[in-house]
Structure formats: C-alpha cells, structure tokens
Design a protein around this ligand. Structure first.
Ligand SMILES: Nc1ncnc2c1ncn2[C@@H]1O[C@H](COP(=O)(O)OP(=O)(O)OP(=O)(O)O)[C@@H](O)[C@H]1O
Ligand SMILES: [Mg+2]
Length: 382
C-alpha cells in the first residue's frame, strides 16, 4: 500500500511529505521509502504560525483562516508528490503544532495541531488520518514522542544498544535495547531531550537581524567557543533534570528563553559566535546528559536524523560528549532517510490506525495509561 506521511515540526521550516510503500506479511511490515518533497509555507503563513506558537493571541476568525490555510498547504504538498506518484492510497498528516502543554499532576495535557484532516481528505480524494497525539494525551500521556514504535520496527539491532536521536526544532530520542528474547520491546524508552535547533535558529535570526533563519552547517557557531560554565548552569533547569516521560516545545524553549540565555551570555562577555557555539553545545550536552541519566547501559551507536544532522558543528559537539568507541552516524548510514524519517513515521502510524487497527503509542514512553489507536480518520467525498 502506498502511504504518504506529512509532517511539519516545531522549526516551521517546511512541510515534509514522504511516500512509502508498506507491505505486510504475517503481521510484519516492510517499509520502503519511495519519494519525498519539502513544501515551503508561504512566508506570511509561516510568520503567523511562529507568532501563534510564540503565544500571540488570535481571534477565532483569524484562527479559522490559519487552520484552513495550513490544510491547503498540506494539500499542495500532497499534490507535488501526486504528480509523479498518482496512486497514493492513504495519508497520515501530523499537522502543524501551534500549542503543546505536557500533562501536569492532576491535569491532562493539551496539544493542538492545525491543518484539518477532513479538508485534506476531500481535496485530495485520499483517506486521511490526523490528530495522532490527542488519544495518547487523553489517556494521561505526553502525546509524544510517537516515533519510538516505528524506530523499534526499523532500527533495532540484534546486539547493539542504540539511541535514535531526532534533531528537529525540539530533540527527541528513542533508546532501543538489543533485539533479543521476547521482552526486548519492554525496555524501549523515549523522551524529548530539549532544544534541538530551535534556540540556534532563534539566535541566528536575532544576530543577523532576520536576514538568516539557521546556522548553515554550523559554520557560524564553529567560529566560537562554548562556555561550559553557562551550559552546566543551564542544564540544572527542571526540564533537563526531570525523568521521562517528558515532552516540550516552543512554549518553554522559545523567544523568552533565548532572551534570558542572551542576557546571561552578555554577563559572561560572550561574542556572537561564542553564544551560538554555547547554544549548539547546550543541545549536544543535554542529549548526552539525558542518556547518562536515564539509560542504564552504555550506548553503542547514536543514529542521528532531522535537520540538525546537517549542522556539522553540532555533530562534532555531540561526539565530544561520548567515549570514542560510541559510534555517531546518521540513519542514512543504516538505510533510513534521515530528512524524512519523521514524515515516514506518520505514514506508518496512519497504516496502523486505518489498516491494521493497531495502537501506535508505547505507554512506557509517553506515560499513557494504556496503548491507544492513534488518530482521527477522514474519508473523502464519494
Ligand atoms: N544545512 C544545515 N545546517 C544547519 N542546520 C540545518 C541545516 N539544514 C537544516 N538545518 C536545521 O534543521 C531545522 C529543520 O529540521 P527539521 O525539519 O528536522 O525540524 P522540524 O521541522 O522541527 O521537525 P520535527 O519537529 O519533526 O523534528 C532547520 O530549522 C535548521 O535549524
Ligand atoms: Mg521541518
């Protein structure tokens, strides 16, 4: 079956569309990546999303307009793939997160992804599953991360302890124990590690007066030196210390957070490139610290994916926090496209929901009380 996964993450850089061919035999899935496109939001839509995600209030009328515009952008992304691959049979659309509130004691979490599934289904003529996070949250979970079950399918190794680290706007990891015995899956773990690229992107925009949106290949940061005292201080913050299950977003790691880091960096007399090096190393150090705190085994291999893979300085900093025998590579090196892995995951989640009727969440990862079927199904017009 040809399934299309649609994802736009916290970076709001583009809508990633990944077409996969899923073949099922004896309940085992083979997932083959066929094609992918990145569809850029029109600048005005992107700006509005960033403003709303940054806490700007919106009238219901403006909200409705934004929800619809995002859905139409997702439809455009589908159409681009459809030009070359007309036989898409199912869509799994993550949508665009504009708000994420993790659960708190005595209070369920709340999460909101825009880009209405019913519109995507009607305009493309393809059954569409969306709103994947809501059912897990209603069951007491974080609604995130949702990729660990797919990572386990695609990336578990018979002998190695692996960490699959996605570096999007926010970072998230799946710890995969060696695939041995009947209970290896019970030991899978996953959590949001904290900022991925989000603070780096915000800082680059600030320092370049809006002329740049990200630190290409980490070149700017590589001219500076990270301030290890500041990083150590920042890592004391509650989010980094909190054990999983945990998830986060721009609500915590956003413009306000960056401003505070900037003030402290100025007290430490950091140059612009030192500041970027320090933020980049915060991402790397927070990843490494979380593995040391929460995984009781030494990690043999770290498999990186997401846009942060392209930041060479960040990769270097990640390596520096692990012993030399820890292999750090990208998922491409083990046969899985690192730029489209998250979009691929939503194609598989849609397949589990619509075809297999199998739960997509792992309660030990999200903290949900039980496994749940994830996502709302929208059928196209007859
Ligand atoms: N060549 C590059 N050099 C440095 N950073 C890059 C490069 N290419 C992409 N990036 C970073 O990756 C980010 C986009 O990554 P990605 O699309 O994985 O994140 P996302 O949209 O937040 O996704 P998700 O939430 O699904 O993880 C960009 O905002 C940028 O910071
Ligand atoms: Mg993206």
């Amino acid at each position: 079956m040809y399934c299309l996964g649609l994802m736009s993450g916290t970076s709001v850089d583009s809508i990633d569309a990944a077409l996969v061919k899923i073949t099922e035999k004896d309940l085992d899935l083979t997932i083959q990546f066929v094609s992918g496109v990145n569809y850029d939001y029109p600048e005005k839509v992107r700006q509005t999303i960033l403003e709303v995600a940054g806490g700007k209030p919106l009238s219901m009328e403006a909200f409705a307009q934004l929800d619809e515009e995002i859905a139409l952008c997702f439809v455009e992304a589908v159409n681009q793939i459809k030009q070359n691959y007309p036989t898409i049979e199912l869509i799994g659309s993550h949508g665009q997160t504009v708000y994420h509130r993790p659960p708190m004691p005595q209070k369920l979490g709340y999460t909101l992804q825009l880009g209405r599934g019913a519109i995507i289904a009607n305009l493309t003529g393809i059954p569409t599953v969306n709103n994947f996070r809501v059912a897990d949250m209603a069951a007491g979970g974080q609604g995130a991360p949702l990729v660990p079950k797919i990572d386990a399918y695609l990336l578990a190794h018979p002998q190695h302890h692996r960490c699959v680290q996605n570096i999007g706007g926010i970072g998230n990891v799946t710890y995969l124990p060696p695939k041995q015995g009947n209970h290896w899956q019970d030991q899978i773990m996953g959590w949001d590690t904290g900022p991925g690229n989000v603070l780096i992107d915000l800082a680059v925009q600030k320092l370049s007066n809006g002329t740049k949106t990200y630190d290409k290949n980490g070149e700017w940061a590589s001219l500076g030196q990270p301030d290890s005292d500041l990083i150590e201080q920042w890592l004391q913050q509650d989010f980094f210390q909190q054990p999983p299950p945990k998830s986060t977003g721009r609500e915590l790691f956003g413009a306000e957070y960056l401003e505070q880091c900037w003030q402290e960096a100025q007290d430490h007399h950091l140059s612009e490139s030192d500041f970027l090096a320090t933020l980049t190393d915060l991402t790397a150090a927070s990843i490494a610290q979380s593995y040391q705190q929460f995984v009781e085994y030494p990690i043999d291999e770290i498999l990186l994916c997401g846009g942060g893979c392209h930041n060479l300085y960040l990769r270097e900093r990640i390596k520096s926090h692990f012993p030399p025998n820890t292999m750090v590579k990208t998922t491409d090196e083990v046969g899985l496209n690192s730029d489209f892995k998250e979009a691929i995951a939503f194609a598989v989640l849609a397949y589990w929901r619509y075809v297999s009727k199998l739960p997509g969440n792992l309660p030990q990862v999200t903290g949900a009380k039980q496994t749940k079927l994830l996502g709302d199904i929208h059928l196209p017009l007859d």
